[in-house]
Design a protein around this ligand. Structure first.
Ligand SMILES: Cc1cc2nc3c(=O)[nH]c(=O)nc-3n(C[C@H](O)[C@H](O)[C@H](O)COP(=O)(O)OP(=O)(O)OC[C@H]3O[C@@H](n4cnc5c(N)ncnc54)[C@H](O)[C@@H]3O)c2cc1C
Length: 415
């Protein structure tokens, strides 16, 4: 073991070993993705007297935004992979470990490698996990490497790209989309565009069949469909109301309610729910899937003192599960936590913005944006009338903005 790694590990173990109350107020954050990283950083920026410990099970951060371009061969894993040293420079203590349990009464978090972390406030931003059981045969097929979701960027992104590169010219790729709500409403349609762009360029006799459980494209539908007609006619076929209910690894078949469809590459995205730790900690409030929060502080409606962020939350009406939203959730939570721990109290009611770009070809993108503000009468965030909207057409200018958006949110999260 290198000396630097040993020191990091020793620091993590000694931190986790002492469940005693720290002398300074301590906030523990579970999950170093778009929600958790931002919350950790902004708590330190807004009140450096607070100890912030970030618990993340992965060695580094891999961005889902832009990962579809990796599949198309228009970006690479290096571009979407980032380290946590920027957070360390803000004084965040980054512990590489898995949170396994939360004792809300004792304000303690248990870690897989042993030891507990005590906290004054806990932030939970674990992203999503999958309801594999809703698609018969999925887990076995995934373990055999016959089906992939690649809906958490990382090893499966690399493997899906490898399978696409290995596809024979004339082969069929199946992309199956779950019923909404799922993370990133336009994400599957961007993926369809990127795979189709790759096939058109490198395997022109191949076909991509998009099997959507939803009746129609759920986001930027007109813009996506116009791009598919203009750019990928004969390559990409879209079918709505086509929910996957099973996968057969042997025959490489996706079973729909009415028929079975065969493919050479199976990219089936299963239905989601809040990440496992949210379930174990009893934070889930709705449909056995999502965690309801008070949008003025992101505090759980079920477990006081715990703030839930990002994709794990029960989205407010019209609110997507996106990196933009997770970033905004994190800033609401950071402000509320700093306000509570410093005695400064709460700030103004939140008003937050979502912007989501999707590439439809290597260089052209489309955009959707929306503004959401607190409504005391309805007790939730609601869309501001007349705000936001979609880009008038796909363009290379939007593609340039999309890259700037990605680089800006990576820097805001991690630098
Ligand atoms: C293909 C694709 C494209 C996308 N494109 C866009 C886009 O262009 N724009 C956009 O705004 N959004 C996009 N998104 C959505 C965006 O990635 C998510 O909304 C965002 O990542 C949510 O942030 P989060 O913090 O909730 O979860 P995540 O970013 O997934 O972070 C969760 C983190 O928690 C860690 N973790 C989980 N459980 C534990 C535990 N028990 N212990 C320790 N660590 C744990 C995980 O390892 C992970 O690092 C896209 C998503 C996909 C799949």
């Amino acid at each position: 073991m290198k000396r630097r790694d040993f020191l990091k590990l020793a620091g993590a173990v000694s931190l986790a070993g002492c469940a005693t109350t720290p002398s300074k107020a301590r906030v523990v954050v579970v999950g170093g993705g778009f929600g958790g990283a931002i919350a950790a950083k902004y708590i330190r920026l807004w009140d450096p007297s607070i100890d912030v410990v970030l618990v993340e099970r992965e060695a580094g951060f891999t961005s889902c935004p832009i990962s579809n371009l990796v599949l198309g061969g228009f970006s690479n894993m290096q571009e979407i992979s980032h380290g946590y040293d920027g957070l360390r420079r803000h004084g965040v203590q980054v512990v590489r470990d898995e949170a396994t349990a939360i004792d809300a009464a004792a304000k303690k978090l248990s870690l897989a490698r042993g030891g507990d972390l005590s906290y004054e406030r806990l932030v939970v931003s674990p992203g999503i996990d999958f309801n594999f059981g809703e698609i018969q045969g999925y887990e076995a097929a995934m373990q055999a490497g016959r089906v992939l979701h690649a809906w958490k960027a990382g090893a499966q992104t690399v493997e899906l790209r490898r399978q696409l590169e290995g596809l024979r010219d004339g082969g069929v790729v199946l992309l199956s989309i779950p019923l909404a709500p799922y993370r990133c409403p336009p994400g599957p349609y961007e993926r369809a565009s990127m795979i189709a762009a790759y096939l058109k360029q490198s395997k022109p006799r191949s076909k991509l069949l998009v099997l959507d459980a939803n009746p129609d494209v759920t986001s930027k539908g007109g813009l996506f469909k116009a791009a598919w007609k203009d750019l990928y006619a004969g390559v990409l076929e879209y079918r709505g109301n086509a929910r996957a209910i099973g996968v057969d690894a042997k025959s490489m078949t996706v079973k729909l309610e009415v028929e079975d469809v065969k493919g050479d590459v199976l990219n089936v995205v299963p239905p989601h729910r809040a990440g496992d730790i949210a379930m174990k900690a009893g934070l889930i409030t709705t449909n056995n899937r999502w965690c309801d929060v008070d949008w003025r502080s992101m505090e759980s409606k079920k477990v006081p003192g715990i703030h839930v962020l990002g994709d794990a939350t029960l989205s407010a009406p019209g609110m997507p599960k996106s990196a933009s939203m997770a970033n905004n959730h994190a800033k609401i939570a950071a402000a509320a936590i700093v306000g509570a721990l410093s005695g400064r109290g709460t700030g103004p009611d939140p008003k937050i913005i979502n912007t989501c770009y999707s590439f439809v070809s290597q260089k052209e993108a489309i955009r959707v944006s929306s503004v959401h503000q607190w409504d005391a009468g309805q007790g939730t965030l609601i869309g501001v009338k007349g705000s936001g909207g979609i880009s008038p057409a796909r363009s290379e200018a939007e593609g340039i903005f999309a890259w700037h958006w990605a680089r800006t949110i990576w820097a805001d999260s991690l630098a």
